[in-house]
Design a protein around this ligand. Structure first.
Ligand SMILES: Cc1ncc(COP(=O)(O)O)c(C=O)c1O
Length: 408
């Protein structure tokens, strides 16, 4: 820690100066966990990280060289808040194949979809505003919206995603301003919302005049089954759709986007101007170059194959090494599965024992806004580790659990 020797009255009492809302801010549990799990000899299923050995490094290098040679005056300059127009045109076109018929003016490029979540908080959440979300839900959304002093109403998930038949009852307890939904290969649950439930959700949103935030970072990473119609297609008038290149290309580029009705894009643009003026011009142009040259499509095909195989490796290893009484979701895509362990095991306590055995996961409780579940569950990532490490990591976890069970 830095010592400020020239302060005669001792250290500044920073707490006294902090805004009230900072009391509700917390460090992301996962970011903290990642610090522990990043030791090189730990097999980590904790992060939501793509496989680094598959990053299209050479293609990105080519894009950088081209941009610096031919487009440096644009690529290194400030640009519009809305985002690089050719990239927005590409996105509008590629999403129309999924039935999302919005033009480039309905798209705002964001600094990862995490920024989109934050900007949504900035324009929609007053202190005490209720948000309806699944239980469990994406930790980063909880973190972003807590900072704006949101309250959460939660509805449990089952194997078909959020249980829409419980939404109306939840809405009657507290009227939310919006419903936050992860339609495909949920983080952390690995579940996908069925088409029937998507229609039901839209019906409810229309009946109660609510907006929907559809957060879809994993939609392009489907390994089995057919694509399901996006909620943004069913209810374009009241849905904000969030996409990102983080999982399909590279999270380090920090390029995401929001699709929304034009008047909301205007508001989000105003909110973004205060945050960072615009997302990195250079990074947007790299993503655009990779996408327009058809490299993105090929890359997604490649990672889909690899992640598909890794998912299957993890499912097989779970079946082989985990004790009776454990269950897990069978995700049709994405990066995660959600595993439930026998009821006498608390995954928060087990975490430290697992790390001693050099294997890590995220304890389930972190994904519950009210910490009212997930004590016997964990999120496991299957995209990041090589197959032999997946098998070994799952074996070690099975062993730690069996030792824990034997001790009870
Ligand atoms: C559901 C969900 N939303 C948003 C994000 C943030 O992604 P980005 O890297 O685009 O900010 C993630 C990242 O894991 C996520 O899982």
């Amino acid at each position: 820690m830095t010592v400020y020797a020239n302060s005669p009255d001792g250290p500044v009492k920073w707490e006294r100066f902090l805004a009230q809302r900072t009391q509700r801010m917390q460090s992301s549990a996962i970011r903290e966990l990642l610090k522990i799990t990043q030791q090189p000899d730990v097999i980590s299923f904790a992060g939501g990280l793509p496989a680094p050995e598959l990053f299209p490094v050479r293609e990105i290098e080519e894009a950088c060289n081209y941009l610096l040679r031919q487009e440096a005056k644009i690529a290194l300059q400030y640009s519009t808040t809305e985002g690089y127009r050719p990239l927005r045109e590409y996105l509008a076109d590629s999403m129309s194949k999924y039935g999302i018929h919005h033009g480039p003016d309905n798209i705002l490029i964001t600094t990862g979809s995490q920024q989109a979540l934050d900007l949504i908080g900035k324009i929609f959440i007053d202190p005490g505003t209720y948000i309806l979300t699944g239980r469990p839900t994406y930790l980063g959304a909880i973190q972003a919206w807590r900072a704006y002093e949101a309250e959460f109403i939660t509805v449990p998930l089952d194997d078909d995603g959020m249980q829409t038949d419980l939404i109306e009852e939840a809405i009657r307890s507290h009227t939310p301003r919006f419903i936050y939904i992860l339609p495909n290969f949920h983080n952390p649950a690995g579940t996908t919302v069925t088409e029937e439930r998507r229609h039901r959700l839209v019906e409810i949103a229309r009946k109660y005049d609510l907006i929907i935030i559809e957060d879809d970072p994993y939609g392009a990473l489907r390994y089995d089954g057919e694509d399901i119609i996006p909620i943004a297609t069913l209810a374009p008038e009241r849905t904000l759709y969030l996409g990102t290149f983080s999982k399909t290309l590279a999270p380090g580029l920090r390029i995401g986007w929001v699709v929304a009705p034009a008047e909301i894009i205007t508001r989000l643009v105003q909110a973004k101007q205060g945050a960072d003026l615009h997302s990195s011009t250079f990074d947007q142009m790299i993503a655009n170059d990779i996408a327009q040259r058809g490299i993105l499509k090929m890359h997604v095909r490649k990672i889909r194959q690899t992640y598909h195989a890794r998912r299957d490796t993890m499912l097989d290893a779970l079946a082989e090494f985990w004790p009776e009484g454990s269950t897990w979701t069978q995700p049709q895509g994405g990066l995660f599965l959600w595993a439930r362990v026998p009821a006498t095991i608390n995954t928060l306590d087990l975490f430290y024992k697992a790390v001693e055995q050099k294997v890590a996961y995220v304890p389930g409780v972190h994904f519950f806004p009210h910490a009212d579940g997930g004590h016997n569950a964990m999120r496991l990532n299957f995209s990041n580790a090589q197959p032999e490490f997946i098998v070994e990591g799952i074996r070690r976890l099975g062993l730690v659990m069996k030792q824990e069970l034997a001790a009870h």
